[in-house]
Ligand binder design. Structure first.
Ligand code: SF4
Length: 310
């Protein structure tokens, strides 16, 4: 029987995270998939993540527990339209978020994650490039706002983060009684810009966990604008803090990614035994083309890390 390495994203349910050899964000899991010598990788995440694992470790059998685990950033991006858009800016560097299909990555010069996007885009501008950004409109709008770029943006959104309600956030943050401190707001950059503009901290999944780990918040509530699965990890890390989900448009105190939640305990158990959706359909041309911008990103990260360690 093949030994399976189980990788789970932070947005999967706690019971699935408990089954995993590694729990992480997309960058961490991509690096583990590249590094580990496993016969079989069970990727409890979504399809683009399992495809990235296969690109970086083509020898391994990569299984996604449920074929329907996709992502709105992928399904809202029509490849032919993206190609026409990309051709309009042929002299620009094309940066794509890792939450994209293999075809989108194959068209890109750089792949980025929410953890390294600020540094990579800054590096490109410092090197004299003009940049276009796909597919996440919210993340691109945040970068343009924060750094004064004028990047043309592709217009897809994460259907989970796009639900955060800026007006309700503002009401909560401003409804502070005399003698009380304003609550904190921390947010993932896939959230809409009007929400991000009010945040005390904006960061990737991993960076938000680090912020929670380090913060001396006293009794101040901390509102979090990201997928609800991460709040489980945050509360586990700091049971002393008052961590709350930021409000969304539907009014409920929840915001779950339906695609991540398809990774049930039963499906992950079946995938460990070899059942599930096999990532064996990737076209060699796309594999080669998509691997280049991903490896460029991973090399950039290693250089940055050694620069900071020096
Ligand atoms: S949370 Fe959003 S970006 Fe992440 S997989 Fe779900 S739909 Fe895609």
């Amino acid at each position: 029987m093949k030994t399976a390495l189980v990788l789970a994203h932070y947005y999967t349910i706690p019971e699935v995270q408990a089954m995993a050899d590694h729990v992480g964000d997309s960058l961490e899991l991509a690096m583990i998939a590249q590094r580990e010598k496993a016969d079989r990788i069970v990727f409890a995440g979504v399809k683009f993540m399992a495809e990235t694992a296969k690109l970086l470790n083509p020898e391994a059998e990569v299984i996604l527990p449920d074929e329907r685990s996709t992502c709105s950033l992928v399904t809202q991006t029509d490849t032919d339209s993206l190609k026409r858009w990309r051709d309009r800016y042929a002299d620009h560097a094309h940066v794509t978020y890792i939450n994209s299909s293999i075809e989108t990555k194959a068209m890109a010069d750089w792949v980025v994650t929410s953890r390294n996007v600020d540094n990579i885009v800054a590096h490109l501008y410092e090197s004299g490039h003009q940049v276009i950004f796909s597919p996440d409109r919210n993340m691109g709008a945040y970068l343009n706002y924060q750094y004064g770029y004028r990047m043309p943006l592709w217009s897809a959104v994460c259907e989970v983060h796009d639900l955060f309600n800026a007006e309700r956030v503002q009401q909560i943050l401003s409804a502070v009684k005399a003698g009380e401190s304003r609550p904190f707001l921390i947010a993932h950059p896939e959230s809409p810009l009007p929400v991000l503009k009010q945040a005390d901290f904006i960061g990737s999944t991993k960076q938000m966990l680090q912020w929670i780990s380090d913060i001396d918040a006293g009794r101040r509530p901390i509102y979090v604008a990201t997928e609800e699965g991460l709040l489980y990890n945050m509360r586990h890390l700091r049971a002393d803090l008052d961590i709350r989900q930021a409000p969304i448009y539907t009014g409920c105190q929840c915001n779950a990614c339906p695609y991540m939640k398809r990774n049930t305990v039963q499906r992950v158990s079946d995938a460990i035994k070899g059942e599930g959706f096999l990532i064996d359909y990737l076209d060699m041309k796309h594999i080669e083309q998509a691997r280049r911008p991903i490896e460029r990103m991973l090399t950039f990260d290693v250089k940055q890390a050694s620069h900071h360690a020096a």
